[in-house]
Ligand binder design. Structure first.
Ligand code: MN
Length: 258
């Protein structure tokens, strides 16, 4: 509880500095009362922010140290509050210049990214990928196992869960420079492993292989260098201990229902 309080305090400080919105702090104390004059009652800052087209940095769904020892708190703090925040800011900057795209679902923007300014690909991808990534992980040892449906699809596509992990780790290790490794449901409804450069993802019309992401791992150096230095393979191998299989299984069910 103390950590959560500290997180909220830190976010509150960032909000004061204009770096994140009040909504990201979960803080509704800054109540806007101007509407009272019109008889509309009070409107909280959260309501105001949600009505805006700007994207916001959501707090992590767990404490910065929740993934230790697999991913250290310093990496998580820098990764979320610096790197992810920069993508949020960059996407908002790109949207500022394109009123026609303000309020459009990010997935729909990514699907047509080849026809848009580069900032949508880099920062729109960066924002989507990191939201997806934070929500793919949970404390070590608490991630459960793939659902029956996902487990059987993994066996069918790769032979076994371990073989799938090996193929995924090879894709992440083989991605030259920065990028992501993905487990996706492809257009044929089959599981497939892909890798994308930079902040690209399989939802983009520029991706070699398109599909619905089930899991994704960030192989940018900023995701692991503080703790693992240059040992990307060690990070990829350790990451499976924090994978949230309930989240992956829910995504698989949703992808197969489409
Ligand atoms: Mn990252």
């Amino acid at each position: 509880m103390t950590r959560y309080y500290l997180l909220r305090s830190a976010l509150g400080a960032l909000a004061s500095a204009g770096l994140v919105t009040a909504a990201a702090c979960g803080d509704s104390r800054e109540t806007v009362t101007a509407a009272a004059a019109t008889g509309a009652g009070t409107v909280s800052a959260d309501d105001h922010v949600q009505a805006d087209w700007r994207v916001t940095l959501a707090p992590l769904p767990y404490a910065f140290d929740a993934l230790e020892p697999v991913i250290d708190a310093e990496t998580m703090q820098l990764h979320h509050s610096r790197h992810h925040q920069a993508y949020v800011n960059g996407l908002n900057g790109a949207l500022e210049a394109r009123p026609d795209l303000q309020g459009v679902a990010l997935e729909d923007i990514l699907a047509q990214v080849s026809r848009l300014p580069e900032a949508f690909r880099n920062h729109g991808g960066g924002h989507w990928n990191h939201d997806f990534f934070w929500n793919s992980m949970t404390a070590p040892g608490t991630g459960g196992a793939p659902s029956e449906a996902l487990a059987s699809a993994i066996d069918q596509a790769f032979g076994s869960l371990d073989a799938m992990k090996e193929a995924f780790n090879r894709a992440g290790g083989g991605q030259f420079g920065s990028g992501w490794a993905w487990l996706i449901v492809n257009d044929a409804g089959e599981l497939e492993i892909t890798a994308t450069p930079n902040q690209d993802n399989p939802l983009m019309d520029v991706a070699d292989t398109r599909g619905q992401p089930i899991l994704g791992n960030d192989v940018w150096e900023h995701a692991y260098y503080v703790q693992y230095r240059n040992r990307r393979a060690d990070y990829l191998a350790a990451w499976w201990d924090v994978v949230d299989w309930a989240a992956a299984s829910a995504r698989y069910a949703e992808a197969m229902a489409d």
